[in-house]
Design a protein around this ligand. Sequence first.
Ligand code: HAM
Length: 410
Amino acid sequence: MAIIKLQKGTKDILPNDMTVWHFMEEKANEIFSKYGAKEIRTPIFEATELFARGVGDTTDIVNKEMYTFEKSERSLTLRPENTAGVVRSFIENGMHRLSAPVKLWYKGPMFRYERPQAGRQRQFHQVGVEVFGIKQATADAEVILMAVNYLKALGLNDLSVELNSLGCPQCREVFKTKLKEVLKPYLPQMCPDCQSRYEKNPLRLLDCKVPECNEIYVKPEIQAVIQSDFICNDCSEHFEELKSYLNELGVNYSINKLLVRGLDYYNRTVFEIKSNNLGSQNAVCGGGRYDSLVKNLGGEDTPAIGFAMGMERLASLLGEKNDTKTTTFVVSNNPLEAIKLTEEVRANGISCEFDLTNKKFVKQLEKASKVAKFALILGEDEIAQNKVTIKNLETSEQKIVNRTEIFANL
Ligand code: HAM
């Protein structure tokens, strides 16, 4: 019979990958907890409208990439990202009544119907943080520090932080008008996507990847508009304050005026962290401020900022951590004694296995050297004397110890 295969753009995370995945998850809990963030788990599907209104119906994510289906005449969507879901939960659970800031972190699968390639999947995982209730740039600095320190804790270094300010809806409107004015003569030469973005979301023109469009956007008169300081005084002060915090704290960053992000909810600060060791899909982290989203989704006016990181991209940077061996393996021809010792070792917090099929002693030892770091040998003599022979399977050193001394010798 034909075997049923994995779907395009999805991947199994196999037992051998788990050391790395647990490491990423444990570090997230450890680092984000230090900043006072609490974990939240929201459903994987939500009302389609949440993403249409939240992420924005001019975005590629909403227009082209959502896994949407109907059930009982309701339109539902597998979450393409988790900011909208966390905001929904924040509103529904009245979290605006908690003392600000409310700091939440999450991990889990997201779904986007994109063209799969290295670093880009249709089901992928994100770990992310959302901080609610603070409009000052201190929150922006803290959120960027959370991202940078999490990546440091993972041992990832060759990364660069890119920063931009999109201003507020008012100053952005002025910028959009100027950009459209200067781009108008080139409209017929643009790709069809850019032609439709020109009306709906002109900022998104700036990160088009089509070479013909890029040739237009590097023209001096267009660059002059892009590079101009269009943001208003308030937005500019906010951005300067953030930059001064980051400078003082020694966070290296560069300003990228082309950084506009692919989701509609952002205002003021946006940032990305890129790796110099990934191919074209090199963004490991993306985030920014979204001060209007809570209100736009029906909640109290609450400023917010956050980020999310692609865990598959982090995993590929972390490489193989092949620490899948169990710590100990009991080798004995007495299955009852073997299971007793195995349970005793496990009860002391150390991983342990024994041969469930009670094969010959030599076979058991062979198996132990494949799957474990130490063999705990229980021959007849050891059982009679209430002792154990510990064999280090890497160095082949061995010694006989009392049962109470096992743990000090591993
Ligand atoms: P995003 O930039 O769409 O932002 O995604 C964040 C990160 O998720 C990316 O930098 C990338 O590492 C990873 N990622 C995105 N799409 C894929 C994919 N198809 N395959 C593999 N990895 C992918 C957001 O999702 C926002 N919700 C971030 C945020 C939180 N902004 C504020 N709060």
